[in-house]
Design a protein around this ligand. Sequence first.
Ligand SMILES: [Zn+2]
Length: 318
Amino acid sequence: MTTVNSVLGPMDTSEMGFTLSHEHVLITSAGIQTTFPEFVPRDETIEEGVQLFKDAKAGGVDTIFDLTTHDLGRDIRVVEAVSRGSGVNMIAATGTWRDIPCVFWTAEVDEIASLYVRELDEGIEGTGIRPGIIKVANDVGGVTDEGEIVLRAAARAHQKTGAPIYTHTWAPERVGDQQVKIFEDEGVDLNRVCVGHSNDTTDLDYLKGLLDKGVWIGLDRYHPVARPGVPDWRARTDTAKALIDAGYGDRLMMGHDAQVRLRIASKEAFAERMRLNPDKFLFISRNALPYLKENGGTDADVQNIMVNNPRRYIEGAS
Ligand SMILES: [Zn+2]
């Protein structure tokens, strides 16, 4: 038996079931809830989140990884309330996204690592709610100096606690390769790393190269309407099928990178995004997975990607 920390407390990994590997309940900015709380739609997010995740649960979603870090305004009590109200298990994250605080830029790696370790061991902001994953992010332009501090800190926090690492990348620039290099330099077991947002590219050489290093791959951006310059959801699913055919079906996970509320987009843009996606957190279940099966994917492939792989990733099974 292996346990993982969900926002409602430790749970047996056998209870994870159908798991979306990269979602968010609420995204704002670091510290804003304390200083300018009018930017934080807490009550609406809880109300809408409970309904959206009740619908997701009824549609077969058992668990999500909520990869919202402190610099995305993580409000762990909101996530807790949405999990409790909806019945969907939620595994939260420590770590840092792209909005790396200036105070980290001149900090020692071990100083940052100890912050992540504290959250993993003792809980977030005195709540006792413990994350289960360490999230880090590098985007367009690759790994910056301050990005490297955070990556190394994540590596060391992982080594101290055993919590796995899940990254945000900009796949068109093969940023995952840079991350893997740093994790290798830190001596991280790459079986404990998932390179996320990897379906922003269809470059199979890049993806297979990462997989051959031993990482997991997050095919974790899914939306009915493609942003300019990145693959649409069918092309993303074709990439998943190509990786399955190449023998990597037991190393892939899927998520939408969707939110109940996204306060860093304009209200109009987010409302439009929600309007264009009537399936919300069931988009993969209702569109990508049926399309995968129409194109030769099997029930066993779906079981691997949506159930077995997230569990094995959390457990550290090879
Ligand atoms: Zn995300």
